[in-house]
Design a protein around this ligand. Structure first.
Ligand SMILES: Cc1ncc(COP(=O)(O)O)c(C=O)c1O
Length: 380
């Protein structure tokens, strides 16, 4: 199978750390089979009908309760609008809030497919804002604001894709103050927020939803299963109603009526909570295994920080190393990764690369990093 995102053949022996998806072997087949049977047994017609525009009411209440526990703070169901995943939500908000040529601020680096939605699908002017080891730099945002007037700033504040870094609370507050002063929206892609490995992250931007300055995107893709195509937007009740009144929703009804009805049973019965706890335990071990393998096989040829959640390691190599060229060499050693320029809105960061630790079990992680070490050896 050819993987278009990394140009690496996913044949039997290939280990492609460029794939930023959950491990197929960990997907919740038994849980989903059980909740589907329970939901069908309830016997009403709602399940297969068009859904309520903002999303099924019972599901939004169950989701609000789940998020209130996960975020350690109240999440009002009125602020939730159900979507078919974070990508679809990004697309919807670009459709409703922007016109081609509008400016949006993006982190440098950022999630490569969000960049495509902005730049290619919606023809927006994506202006990169530098980040450091703590994420987005408020001073850099301030500086960019002297030259641009963005409609929104897109950030992945917690366990960022691709760097794994988390924005501290104080910076979140500074960004919100800037958004207020300069009248732009913060679009916080918080799909990894609940995927911590022990230490809870700072409060999500979701808590600022009521102010109208921040809009938070969430998804079940990383905490349950991506094939469900189920996510949510948390925003002011007024904006949630605006989204729900879009032509898309008016025509098709609530954005994922069937799946949300099944997942509601997983939320109410505790199945989602237990599954997520298991994922955290598994990923914590995979992070440790990848870190140990990187120390053993890559050593001081790159620097990285240990991720405290999410999916990714971000390696910074010598400035002279071109990771796009390195990927070609890696392909012949049957190992893959995402080169830095794919995560840049300006084709920069050629000496960096992203590794996903979520997709493979520990033996493949160890073998894949061993192969990567050999690729580094071969270019010395
Ligand atoms: C930061 C970020 N946002 C959104 C997505 C896609 O989310 P969804 O599957 O809910 O569309 C991903 C998946 O890799 C991601 O890393």
């Amino acid at each position: 199978m050819y993987d278009r995102s990394t140009q690496v053949d996913r044949s039997a022996d290939s280990i492609n750390f460029g794939i930023g998806q959950p491990d197929f072997a960990l997907l919740p087949h038994a849980l989903m089979r059980r909740v589907a049977a329970e939901r069908f047994a309830e016997g009403d017609t709602e399940l297969l009908n068009y859904g309520f525009p903002q999303g099924d009411g019972r599901f939004r209440w169950a989701l609000a309760d789940f998020l209130s526990r996960g975020y350690c703070g109240p999440v009002p169901p009125q602020q939730l609008m159900i979507t078919a995943g974070a990508s679809q939500a990004l697309n919807l908000l670009c459709t409703l809030l922007t016109r081609p040529g509008d400016t949006v601020f993006v982190e440098e680096p950022s999630y490569f497919l969000a960049l495509r939605i902005f730049q290619e699908d919606h023809r927006l002017n994506a202006v990169p804002v530098p980040t450091d080891e703590h994420g987005l730099e408020p001073a850099a945002v301030k500086e960019a604001l002297t030259r641009h007037n963005p409609t929104f700033l897109y950030t992945i504040p917690t366990y960022q894709n691709p760097t794994g870094r988390t924005l501290p609370h104080s910076r979140r507050q500074e960004l919100l103050a800037l958004a207020e002063k300069h009248d732009f929206l913060i679009v916080a892609d918080e799909v990894y927020h609940l995927l911590d490995f022990g230490t809870p992250p700072p409060a999500p931007f979701a808590f600022a939803a009521d102010s109208g300055r921040a809009l938070s995107l969430g998804s079940f893709s990383k905490i349950l299963a991506p094939g469900l195509r189920l996510g949510w937007v948390q925003t002011s009740a007024q904006r949630a109603r605006q989204f729900a009144a879009s032509g898309l929703v008016d025509s098709g009804g609530g954005l994922n009526q069937f799946t949300s009805n099944l997942v509601r049973v997983a939320l109410e019965g505790g199945g989602q909570r237990d599954y997520l706890d298991g994922l955290r335990r598994e990923y914590r071990q995979r992070v440790q295994a990848m870190d140990a393998a990187l120390h053993k096989h890559i050593g001081d040829r790159a620097t990285w920080t240990l991720p405290r959640g999410g999916f990714f390691f971000w390696l910074t190599c010598a400035e002279s190393l071109d990771t796009t060229a390195l990927l070609a060499a890696a392909a012949s050693a049957n190992v893959g990764f995402l080169p830095g320029p794919r995560c840049s809105s300006v084709n920069g960061l050629s000496h960096c690369l992203r590794l996903c630790f979520a997709h493979y079990a520990i033996p493949e992680i160890e073998e894949g990093i061993r192969r990567l070490g050999q690729v580094f050896d071969s270019i010395q």
